[in-house]
Write a protein that binds this ligand. Sequence first.
Ligand code: KG4
Ligand code: ZN
Length: 339
Amino acid sequence: MRVLGIETSCDETGVAIYDEHQGLIADLLYSQVDLHNEYGGVVPELASRDHIRKTLPMIQEALISGDCKPGEIDGIAYTSGPGLVGALMVGASIAKSLALAWNIPSLGIHHMEGHLLAARLTPNPPEYPFVALLVSGGHTQLLACEKPGHYDLLGESQDDAAGEAFDKVAKMLGLGYPGGPEIARLALNGRHDRFRFPRPMTNRPGLDFSFSGLKTYTLNTLHDLDVVSDQDRADIAHAFQAAVIDTIRIKCQRALEYSGLSTLVIAGGVSANIELRSTLQAMGDKSGYSIYYPEARLCTDNGAMIAYAGFERLKQGQTEQLSINVKPRWPMTELPPIN
Ligand code: KG4
Ligand code: ZN
């Protein structure tokens, strides 16, 4: 089976083809980051217009680069939520139109399930059951995954997502968008012992997160300095990143203990963070947990994760009607099981 995957939920156009036997045979990504940079964040209308421009030529290019004829595609998967409604509608419209023209099934994929299943695109994928930590620009969630497609919410952010906090703090520090990689880079020059920022909601039970107070704490620390040097900015970036990562580590350890599971899968854009990966790996090594994460390029938004998640569901015969129905808000717990 071969599945064409289309991702257009935010500011990246991703198109990929997943083949059951050969794996990814095409994987193209176009980032709109330059388009949105001057506005300091994603402008939804501009995102939709750019997806419209890019998606079809990228599908054509994916077919050529994968040496694949349209007749060899067995199904089309596209991101149907959560995300920006206009951007989602671009991918959905193109996916359904091609499905009609090629007379093949199409299926809307949950963006965060795509992120999670990207961790299976390795020769040694994680086995179920596991705890999933999903950390992106829009989500910070801990889920228990007993079986494919079964998700129980253990905890989530009550305000900003982890990636959103990285982006906002980056803006305060005069860094570009997306802020996560910029903060990670700046933090390398930061000193460990200059500041210690709070680890929100760790001194009471529960698996929820809150990053908005930490963001304010960071802003206040910055305001307390009369003149802000490059070293100050690096020290603040370091302290902020350390606080986010330590908070996530504490909650992951708690989720594993609480659920009795021994495998943790981390996914979503923030899981590209090298410090986060090594901190969680060290926790796993110390406490006997297995830790899995997607390869770095598959942590942030991409078409490959949608093609693969689509393959897992389409191969079970899951499909949908041609009418277009995107879901800007869509709890993962509402997904039907995969098998
Ligand atoms: O998954 P993703 O590409 O898009 C969403 O679904 O939101 O995640 C994007 C988020 C952004 O907030 C970005 O700043 C963050 O992931 N991010 C990182 C890193 N790379 C991307 N955060 C921390 N460290 C990174 N290396
Ligand atoms: Zn994403």
